[in-house]
Unconditional design. Structure first.
Length: 171
């Protein structure tokens, strides 16, 4: 990582390393900057249809701001206990208009915490823990986003996660 571990979080922790508050001041949750790319991870506990209303705009705005502030590709990773279909649809389109009505197509992939956990653990168990694997997960999940509606895209994401978990176990 290029940035220091204490610079990753956009929120404060208590003595037990639990979040005290949500990220504030228009910041995202986790900014992991690597030499050739950046992954901005946003996490929510919301699971209802309100998830899209609560997270759709700020997540896209944070990723857009990062795209404008970093001179490298920025990938968004949205994590929730369960992904609401309307939230997936918002990120499937990934459109945001920055200042001056500049249209951006953002790279944001929604994953359930379980999908992320399986992928993350399998990277370590397969001795394949590298940031590029998270970036590649995002890119592979996006390959069909223009060809599928949200429910089918969510199924595609699950298949990609399962294939990648299996490939880490095979190595």
């Amino acid at each position: 990582m290029v940035n220091k571990p204490y610079e990753v979080r956009g929120f404060r922790l208590d003595a037990d390393f639990l979040p005290v508050t949500a990220a504030g001041g228009g910041k995202g949750d986790l900014y992991c900057e690597f030499e050739d790319f950046m992954i901005l991870t946003e996490v929510t506990m919301s699971t209802s249809s309100r998830q899209e209303a609560m997270e759709g705009e700020p997540v896209r705005r944070h990723v857009s701001d990062a795209v404008l502030n970093y001179n490298k590709p920025v990938y968004g990773l949205f994590l929730a206990i369960r992904i609401d279909t309307n939230t997936a649809e918002t990120f499937r389109h990934g459109i945001w208009y920055a200042k001056g009505d500049v249209k951006q197509r953002l790279d944001i992939v929604p994953l359930s915490l379980e999908q992320f956990r399986r992928h993350f653990v399998s990277m370590f168990e397969g001795n394949q823990a590298r940031p590029e694997h998270l970036r590649d997960l995002i890119l592979q999940c996006e390959t069909e986003r223009d060809n599928l509606e949200a429910p089918a895209w969510m199924s595609h994401i699950e298949k990609v996660v399962a294939q990648r978990v299996s490939s880490f176990a095979d190595n």
